[in-house]
Every structure is written in C-alpha cells, then in structure tokens.
Design a protein around this ligand. Sequence first.
Ligand SMILES: [Zn+2]
Length: 305
Amino acid sequence: MNIPSLFKSKKGTTFVFFAIILTVIVAFAALSVDVGVIAFEKAKLSNTVDAAALAGAQELVTNVSNTNNVVNNYIAKNNSGLNESTIIVNESERSVKVTSSKTVENNFAKVFGNNSQDVIATAKAKVENISALNGCRPIAVIKQTFVYGNIYVLKEGASDGYNGNYAAIALGGNGGSTYEDNLLNGYSGTIRVGDKIPTETGVIAQKTFTSIQTLVSRCNHTPPCTYNYYNKNCSRIIFIPVVNTLYVNGKKYVDVVGFATFFLEGAVNSGGQADIIGRFITYHADGETSPDINDYGTYGIKLVK
Ligand SMILES: [Zn+2]
C-alpha cells in the first residue's frame, strides 16, 4: 500500500463512521420528537381528566343523574380523538373517577414498526363538607336538617328575637356599619368550624333591608337567577355559618358547626322589622374541606388519589 491510498482509505473510513453517527443522531432526534408529542398529549389528557372529574363531582352535588353527561361533555369540548372514557360515580363516597385514553400516532418510530402509543390518565374528585370559608354574611342559622328549595327566614324580626338576638353575628368587629359591610360584601376573613363567634344584638332593620334589596338588585344575569337556575357567582347567593344555638342572653359566643348556602328571595320590612327570606340550596364553594363534619349542603371538591 502506498502512502496516498492509505490516506484515501482513512478518509473513507472516517466518512462511513461519520455517516453512521449522523444517522444515529438523526434517529434519536426524530424519536425525541415522538417522545415530546407523547408527553404533550399525556399532559393535555391529564388536565382534561382532572377538570372533567371536578366538573362531574360538582354535578354530583346538585344533580346526580346528570353527572356522566357533564363529564362526557366536558371531555368532548376540551380534548379530541379520545377513546371512550370510563366514569365511575360513587354516590355513597361522593366521588367521581374518570379514566380516559388516547391513541397517539408516532411520526418517526414507525420506521421501527412502532406505529402508535396509548396515553392514559385517571383522576378522582371527591365531595367533602366545607370546614372553612371566606365571604360569610353576618347572620347565622341554627343547625337543623335543611330541605333543598325550602324558604327560610334568616333574620327574624324584633318580636321574634331571643333576649336581644335576631340571628345577626359580629364578624371582625361590632357595630352597624361593620354588619352592613359584611352583609353587602361578605366578611373578608375566614370562618372555621369550631370557631366561637359573638352574636350582634339588636334590630338592625334598615341596614338589613336595604343591603338585601341591593344584593337582589345586583343580579343582572339573563335570564334572572332563581334558586334552581343561577349563576354561581350571583349576588343573590350567600353562605352563612350554621351554629349550635342562637338562644343566648345578650352578646354571647356561639359555636360554628358548618356552613349553609341560601338563594336570596328578598327582605320583608314591616313595623320596624326586617326579615331576610332565602331558599336553601346545595352549593360547592372554594374553601377548606373535612370528611369529619356534618353535612349542611355546602361542599368543597378536591382531587384525590
Ligand atoms: Zn344572578
């Protein structure tokens, strides 16, 4: 072998070696595109299934028979090309479990005979009773079995008051203006089950009447909200603490045992008294939940394993 041909041979070897390396690099790059697509689809499916389970659990609270529809509709609107989902509604556990899968076509792995991959995601959402809330109104209701859609008088007029107590409670301070602000806007602090709250004594008729009128008039939804068809953020929806008793003498502390939600029908003002008229509704709110407290119809929903 002469010297020039040696060089030539070396060049050839280098070229073949480089070509193999390049092919391997291109193959890995191509496969990593497939891997990226799979990861993207997996994340998207996971988000869809999480949100669908949460939406289903919300429906479980108000209309059990419609739960599957809500889950399927949510999935159809927010993702596409999925295989049929499995939905397990457990009424006694108050949970909704959703499993979905999608067959994702490979772009490059096909070269190796691997045409597609299935991605799969599961989520379970559970309904629990609310144990802490922001935005409560400064009135309380005594613990009882509430009936959905029934009318409740939330603040009794003067002749019904027990030793100065008319169901008003002092949240974040005493006095008429604090009470009025809390009634109109909801208390900005957090109330928890187990808290002791002082009652607010006296008839606060005019402030109560005008505040409730204002809340009712603030509903500008079309069609106007009703207790069984409402916008979730409507001004006519209020949540209030459920307490162990309101039969106390003067300003006394009462125990918070839960939360109840009412749809405001209005206020009745007669002879210097103001009654707040609301219909009891079940409602899912944003707040801490607990499996260990009584059910007063106000729920929180969370994803569980
Ligand atoms: Zn409304």
